[in-house]
Design a protein around this ligand. Structure first.
Ligand code: SF4
Length: 615
């Protein structure tokens, strides 16, 4: 089967046995790779009773279909497991070099099963995998872990996906980190890895990819490379990075401030991508084969924390660790906060939002110094924010409570459920649905819980559409969003499975050409779009299998309160209108939330329809 090695590495950690399992070719053909393929494997392995931190919960990591090829910006890899944060379907994806290295090391994926009794790491090199002792690595931060493994392997090009002490301590939103600051974040897949006592997976691959027609692939990849290089979005991302969105977020009211209760902070420009570029940037880094190179290298010689060379924080982090707690930060402190979270290895979105909720509860007088262990969580108190994030990483003191996430925090303090700004247990990212109503619908219906990367709502209505998909900018406060959200969710389910970065504007025809040259398929745009829908509906069916119903497709009450000042101008999304229209398009049952039998069968998933008893 061209495009795949035909084998998955299975690590049975209970026995310490590593073995190869043949790739399920039908799953690969239908769900492609990364989060799509991982979700399909996960579907067979978990149910409502599975304990997310028990040995029966697998952790599945898969390269995107095109990882490791010379296609532009096709480096994204993904994973899936039952989430310890939300208790249902969890997935995440990341860029950098790990996915490409795993693929070039001869595997189409890794499944971790069982639990080890001592810390271990898995070393994969050119088709051979070994289990190694990680006793000396346990307790190290994610940076030192990578350095130590590279030293032990005597190969600086080894790519490592590892956890820090947050996941060792079972913080439910612990990340898997790779390279320097690339996160497989959200939903706590790192925590699942920590529960298995797997400190890292290290890969080194120099194998020639199983490509059907290398010459034809190179021809299309070159064309795609040219298109990506010349796209306006690429240049924008190269110049400003994701943090350049900070300025737009301020004008549109998109950046949540003081736990969603205040207009976006204008002071955030001090830490925006534009400021990074103008004052601190010394260079760029990139994920595997990406000509955009959106990631910034900074030199910071002013402020409390000095850095000779450090990666700049992304937009989500800038807002989650700044405005969310009402912090008026300088570049030195936002970089420090980002490095703190990356070193411990936890999600800056869930971590920042949970810390923001703690500040909110303190401001409301619900909690006091007695609860916080003396931390004075007044809006804007940077030192308290640093101390709190440090405690989350260690899961100590008040940090252990904030480490549980907003939904459990609300329950603990007897607060209304709608005060925790999350959907399905996952904290809402830093694009406020009151600024872009499509994001409200996307958050409410995303299978893993609130997710800004599983649709293109704010991007499309912010002016970065996909004309070849018929997705063009529209009134950001409109309520005719169901079709756009449905289409863009399907598209993102597809591009995530292929491994394409959100910022790479590869014409659809070239995506098809590259896949046909790489594999032995004869696919086309319609078949690929259908694959995108298949992945999305599968993930939804999996959420339903794990207990999610239509009752969970709601936005929390706090975020439905209008803010009259600033860029939101008092708007809130009209969920009563959008949600039923969306359900009709998706063919989901209004009571159970399950996709219909007919729709699942039409997508070639009769076994899934039967297993969730779809009507
Ligand atoms: S645009 Fe940025 S995030 Fe996307 S692949 Fe390139 S370097 Fe990575």
């Amino acid at each position: 089967m061209d495009g795949y090695w035909g084998k998955i590495l299975v690590a049975d950690l209970g026995t310490g046995r590593l073995f190869d399992e043949p790739l399920n070719e039908k799953y690969a053909r239908d769900f492609l790779g990364s989060t799509g393929l991982a979700a399909r494997y996960l579907y067979d392995l978990v149910d409502e009773k599975t304990d997310p931190l028990g040995p029966e919960n697998p952790l599945i990591l898969m390269p995107g279909l095109l990882n490791g090829t010379s296609g532009p910006s096709v480096s994204r890899w993904g994973g899936a497991a039952k989430s310890p944060l939300t208790g249902h379907y969890g997935d995440a994806n990341a860029g950098a070099l790990f996915g490409a290295e795993l693929k070039r090391a001869g595997y189409d994926g890794i499944i971790l099963k069982g639990q080890s009794t001592t810390p271990v790491y898995i070393y994969v090199k050119d088709g051979v995998a070994t289990l190694k002792d990680a006793g000396g690595l346990w307790g190290k931060d994610t940076y030192k872990t990578q350095e130590a493994i590279k030293k032990e392997c005597k190969d600086k090009r080894t790519q490592i996906a590892c956890i820090g002490s947050a996941s060792e301590n079972l913080v439910p939103y612990g990340n898997i980190m790779s390279e320097y600051g690339h996160s497989l974040g959200r939903a706590g897949l790192g925590c699942v890895m920590g529960s298995k006592q797997v400190k890292a997976i290290a890969c080194r691959g120099r194998m020639k990819l199983p490509m059907q027609d290398s010459e034809r692939f190179r021809k299309f990849a070159r064309k795609a490379m040219k298109e990506v290089k010349e796209a306006f979005l690429s240049q924008w991302m190269h110049e400003g990075g994701t943090a350049s969105w900070v300025d737009s977020a301020i004008s549109y009211g998109d950046g949540p401030t003081k736990y969603y209760t205040a207009p976006t902070m204008a002071e955030a420009t001090k830490i925006s991508g534009v400021t990074m570029a103008e004052k601190y940037e010394t260079g760029h880094t990139a994920c595997f084969g990406c000509p955009i190179r959106c990631r910034k290298v900074l030199r910071i010689q002013e402020g409390k924390y000095k850095y000779e060379s450090v990666e700049g924080p992304e937009y989500e982090t800038v807002i989650a660790l700044g405005a969310m707690m009402g912090l008026d930060l300088d570049m030195s402190s936002i970089v420090y906060l980002n490095e703190l979270c990356n070193g411990y290895g936890f999600d800056t979105i869930s971590g920042g939002a949970s810390a923001g909720y703690a500040f909110y509860l303190y401001d409301m007088g619900i909690i006091s110094d007695k609860d916080t262990g003396g931390l004075k969580l007044t809006w804007g108190n940077v030192d308290a924010a640093i101390a709190l994030l440090d405690l989350i990483g260690k899961k100590e003191g008040f940090g252990a409570i904030v480490a549980e996430g907003t939904k459990r925090m609300a329950r603990r303090y007897g607060r209304p459920a709608g005060e925790a700004v999350q959907t399905k247990g996952l904290e809402i990212p830093m694009h406020d649905p009151r600024a872009y109503h499509s994001m409200g619908l996307a958050y409410a219906t995303s299978p893993r819980g609130a997710d800004h990367n599983k649709s293109d709502g704010y991007q499309v209505d912010g002016g970065v559409g996909h004309p070849d998909l018929g997705l063009n900018a529209d009134d950001r406060w409109g309520d005719k969003k169901a079709a756009m959200v449905e289409k863009s969710q399907n598209y993102r389910a597809l591009t995530d499975s292929i491994g394409i970065c959100h910022f790479a504007m590869i014409p659809f025809t070239l995506i098809v050409d590259m896949i046909n040259a790489y594999t032995d398929w004869d696919t086309d745009i319609d078949q690929l779009l259908k694959a995108g829908e298949r992945v999305f509906q599968l993930q939804r069916a999996l959420s339903c299998k794990l207990g999610i119903t239509s009752k969970d497709d709601v936005l929390p009450e706090l975020i439905m309160r209008p803010i009259q000042e600033g860029g939101q101008e008092g708007h809130v999304p009209n969920m009563e209108k959008m949600l039923p229209e969306y359900y009709a398009l998706r063919d989901w049952d209004s009571a159970t939330g399950k996709p219909s039998k007919e729709r699942l069968e039409g997508l070639g998933m009769s076994e899934i329809a039967a297993s969730i008893d779809a009507k």
